[in-house]
Design a protein around this ligand. Structure first.
Ligand code: APR
Ligand code: PHB
Length: 390
């Protein structure tokens, strides 16, 4: 099999890249180790920055997003028995849209298949070869058989646990990372959200987040210890803990309902540099992870491939190498802005297992500053809705 750009991974990064390349008249094949059913139903985050919404709309993927996405112009910070709204749109002129990542994935898969694109499911890339030659090869397994995809370039969009990053020789990449001494327990519940906007709560028992997916479905998160067993969290315990951490303002209560899905996600900050080696270009979770507190993961993945799409277009269309050569440096500017913002939001809102009283006071001072200083609130808001230029 041969194509121009071989793409490993059908998450938001790989699928969007394939779509962008198609719009530029460049062929690609996407290899995805999971089934279509699996990737379309994997529950993940759901906040799109203004720039991500604009990208989806501009490239013809925004029709259902326009109908079903929920535009939010603010978020709420809850702490110390008080609730404060950060009016993001008033402060920045921009907004976020709540729309599940798996919905973006469904829309992109539908668009690629409708355009005759090749997305091969249950096709697992096992080895990348010839990356430092003019014709790299992706060795993959499908239906129990070994196959090869020959291409001009490889785009490694295969997430944190993928194979692409590991194909770079030792000593080339540098890793920057931080782990946090807590995880998030995420719950999807058939309960009408009791909020119009997302609520980020700092509580002495730990962080909680109230988000939503639709007028009928709530999405909630609780800070839990890093090695927590999901079996320790029967539904009644989850609701009791959510009530304790979120029902801190008089007269407000959350809505409960059947739990549809629950899982525990570790929190990690991680960046690998550079995001390219020879003919391998890495994007999304394959090269950077943020803790979910800033809601940046999917947005960074889309921003990476927006750059990469233009860079391949310049190479194929005008024989220009400058954008491909500059891809890593350009992408990393946004990546590091999001790294800082995600770390900052995380530090401000979570408690540590062995909490240092000084740190707790600093968190309280930071929260108080955000809700009293328009300058500081604007800093939060412009990062949250996404900076157009970084
Ligand atoms: N061969 C083929 N596919 C692979 C392989 C492999 N060896 N390894 C991993 N994959 C697939 C995974 O099954 C997954 O569908 O690569 C895809 C990577 O997609 P994502 O993990 O969604 O990563 P990305 O597209 O970068 O999107 C980042 O996803 O994890 C969230 O919070 C994160 O929102 C962010 C977004
Ligand atoms: C979500 O709705 O899943 C969500 C929202 C905001 C976050 C993280 C996750 O910061």
């Amino acid at each position: 099999m041969r194509t121009q750009v071989g793409i490993v991974g059908a998450g938001p990064a790989g699928l969007m890249l394939s779509h962008l390349l198609h719009l530029h008249g460049i062929e690609s094949v996407v290899l995805e180790c999971r089934s279509r059913e699996y990737v379309e139903h994997r529950v993940r985050a759901g906040v799109l920055e203004q720039g991500s919404v604009d990208l989806l709309r501009r490239t013809g993927i925004g029709e259902r997003l326009q109908r079903e996405g929920m535009r939010h112009e603010g978020i709420e910070l809850r702490f110390d028995g008080e609730s404060h709204r950060v009016p993001m749109t008033e402060l920045t002129g921009r907004a976020i849209t709540v729309y599940g990542q798996q919905e973006v994935v469904k829309d992109l898969i539908a668009a690629r298949l409708a355009a005759g694109g090749s997305v091969l499911f249950e096709a697992e890339a096992v080895r990348l070869a010839g990356l430092d030659s003019q014709s790299p090869v992706i060795h993959f397994r499908r239906d129990g058989r070994d196959e090869q995809l020959h291409c001009d370039f490889v785009a490694g969009c295969d997430g944190f646990h993928g194979v692409s990053r590991g194909a770079v020789p030792d000593g080339v990449l540098r890793t920057y990372e931080r782990t946090y001494p807590f995880a998030w327990l995420g719950v999807l519940a058939a309960a009408p959200p009791a909020v119009d906007e997302l609520v980020y709560a700092n509580h002495e028992r730990g962080f909680a987040l109230y988000s939503l997916r639709s007028p009928e479905i709530s999405r909630l998160y609780l800070q839990v210890p890093p090695d927590e067993d999901i079996a320790a969290w029967p539904d009644e315990r989850i609701w009791a803990e959510l009530r304790t951490r979120l029902e801190t303002v008089a007269g407000w209560s959350l809505n409960e309902g059947p739990v549809l899905e629950k899982s525990i996600t570790p929190m990690r900050s991680f960046v690998v540099e550079p995001m390219q080696w020879e003919r391998l270009f890495l994007a999304g979770d394959a090269v950077h992870i943020v803790p979910p507190t800033g809601a940046k993961g999917m947005n960074l993945a889309l921003a990476d491939v927006a750059l990469l799409g233009d860079a391949f277009a310049a190479w194929y269309g005008q024989h220009r190498t400058d954008l491909l050569d500059g891809y890593s440096a350009a992408a990393l500017r946004r990546v590091w802005r999001a790294q800082h913002f995600s770390w900052w939001m995380t530090s401000m809102l979570h408690r540590l297992e062995k909490d240092d009283p000084y740190e707790a006071k600093l968190r309280a001072a930071t929260l108080r500053y955000v809700v009293t200083s328009p300058a500081y609130a604007t800093s939060l808001a412009e990062n949250y809705v996404g900076l157009p230029e970084v």
